[in-house]
Structures are given as C-alpha cells and as structure tokens.
Design a protein. Structure first.
Length: 324
C-alpha cells in the first residue's frame, strides 16, 4: 500500500511534468529559436550585403580620392592618416570649406613650435595668460584658473579626430547619405562609367552637419599655433570646470563660471575673444597676438618670396568644436 501510494505519487509527479513540458518547450523556443534563426539569417545574408556595400563604398572611396587629389599636400597627407572612411569623408568636407585658412593656421611642426617658443610673441602670450590667471584668482578667492600652454600638434589633432565619438556621429550621417547616393543608379554618382568629382565636392561642401563635432578637423585647430587657450577652474586640487562638452550646463553655465571667467578675462586683457560660440565651448578663448606677422614668419614652412598679410584669428567656415 505504501509502495502503491509511492508509485502513484511518482506517477502523478511524472504526469504533472508532462503537463508543463509544452510550456518548457515554448519558453525554450522563445528564448533560443529566434536568436538562432536571426544568427542563421545573418550568416546567410552577410556575404551578399557585404559584397553590395563594398562595391558602393569602393566607389565612394574613389570619389574621396578624386576630390582630395588636387588639394594642398598637407591636407592629402592628413586624410591618408584617417583610416575610417566616414571620418575621412567628413574631414574632406571640412577641408573644402576651409581651404583659405590652411596657409595661415595649419598646425606647426615640432621644429616650428620650438622656434615659436623662442619668440617675443610666445613670451607675450605667457604674460597675457598669467595676468588673466592672477586677476581671476584675486576675484574668486579659493579658486584657481589654469590654461595649459599647449601647442596641439597635427598628430594630437589626428588622434582626436580618429577617436572622438561626436566626429563619428556626424561622419556616419554624411557617410550614409553618400552611400545612398552611390547606390542610386539614377544619381550621377551611381553610374560607374564616369566620376563627377567636382559635383561631389559641391555636394560635400553644401551638406549641412546635423550637429557640430566637438573637435576641429586635423591641422586646423586654433590650438595648433597656440591661437587659443582652454581655461580650467580648480577648487584646491579638484577640477570643477574643465574642457568637456558634457559638463557645460552643470559645471559652467548653471554654476556661473562661464560668466565669471568671461568677466575676469575681459578685465585682465584685450587679447582674448570668446568663448567659442558655435559649437558652444565656455572654456575656449581665441588668442589674438599683438604682432601676428611674427607668428606667420615662424609658421611658414618655407619662405614664399612675399610677405603674407596678417590673418584675423576668428573661427571661420562651418562650425566645429575645438576640444572634447
Ligand atoms: Zn580649445
């Protein structure tokens, strides 16, 4: 009897297990089947999609090369050092809009930067920044203003361009638009028999960026010739307002440091213009040297036979940030 009851209980448990088996199978199917199916679908579709993309992207790369080929060698060299096609495409777009600035503000080489550091212009820049810092520190006791005397090399600017996320966001958007055009056989860019390089250059120059990237296109940052400073505010050793776009509202505007820094700079010196308005960077001030001609002489890679005219150091072209 005991054995019978035991058997019946086991049979009953087995019976219940069979009742919930469909439910278990359903759950297993829900959990794993679609994922596996999608994976299979991806495996099936990937080669074809990749093939289609590669032909269209290849055409886009040919267009980039054609538009870049006649440009200044400093630009074509920089473009070669941007491996990701979308980022290279966006850089080309910005270069097309800023060609007149290349001679005057292209980032100094290490040799040029060393030469610049021996000039009166550099000493004046240090004196101006130091004075701004002293005025700030006396206006706001307990707080310290710092501004690195950084000449941002082309290499550093390329590193930023190749890694900063805000560049990828805009670059991917431009890349997608171009890929769509290249894939459209009714568009002049969708035909493989002719390259419409000039037309593509016009398209790039006219394409409006949905948002501005937070760094400048490599070579054309104002920091490349120490024509700009990024001010940072410390309380003791703690950075409370730095050059980071994500902190603008909290660390700069709401807390009042945007206005306080501007008041201190305005009081201390007439050689700074700022902050950078578009895209908005409350820490970034353009520096206007007292004697730009001297800087131009240092900046020229080789004597050109005629005296260049001083370039006004105001942001030009399509809005771009300067700092991450
Ligand atoms: Zn800056």
């Amino acid at each position: 009897m005991v054995a019978l009851r035991h058997n019946r209980a086991r049979s009953c448990r087995n019976h219940r297990w069979w009742l919930i088996l469909p439910l278990i199978l359903l759950l297993l199917a829900a959990d794993f089947h679609p994922a596996e199916a999608q994976s299979r679908k991806r495996r099936r579709k990937r080669p074809a999609a990749a093939k289609t993309l590669s032909i269209v992207e290849l055409r886009l790369r040919i267009y980039i090369d054609w538009v870049a080929a006649p440009l200044d060698p400093r630009i074509t060299n920089a473009l070669r050092r941007i491996p990701a096609t979308p980022r290279r495409l966006l850089a080309l777009k910005y270069y097309l809009g800023r060609l007149p600035e290349v001679d005057s503000i292209w980032a100094w080489t290490a040799v040029q930067a060393r030469a610049y550091r021996t000039t009166d212009e550099y000493r004046q820049a240090i004196a101006e920044v130091t004075h701004v810092r002293h005025v700030f520190d006396s206006l706001y006791p307990g707080y310290t203003l710092l501004a690195p005397m950084e000449i941002r090399s082309l290499e550093a600017q390329l590193r930023n361009w190749n890694s900063v996320r805000s560049v990828a966001v805009v670059a991917d958007s431009l890349f997608d638009s171009c890929i769509a055009m290249m894939a459209d056989t009714t568009s002049p860019f969708g035909r493989s028999d002719t390259i419409h390089a000039a037309l593509f250059g016009d398209f790039l120059a006219a394409w409006e960026t949905p948002v501005a990237p937070t760094v400048a296109v490599p070579g054309l940052s104002q920091h490349g010739q120490l024509r700009a400073f990024d001010f940072r505010i410390y309380r003791g050793r703690r950075l409370i307002a730095g050059a980071t776009a994500a902190t603008i509202e909290r660390a700069w505007d709401s807390s009042g440091w945007t206005a306080k820094l501007n008041a201190a700079i305005t009081l201390a010196s007439s050689r700074f213009v700022g902050p950078l308005p578009n895209p908005y960077e409350p820490w970034h001030y353009t520096y206007i040297p007292a004697n730009p001609l001297q800087i131009e002489d240092v900046a020229k890679p080789e004597p050109q036979g005629e005296t260049p005219s001083p370039t006004p150091f105001t942001p030009k072209g399509i809005p771009q940030g300067e700092d991450e």
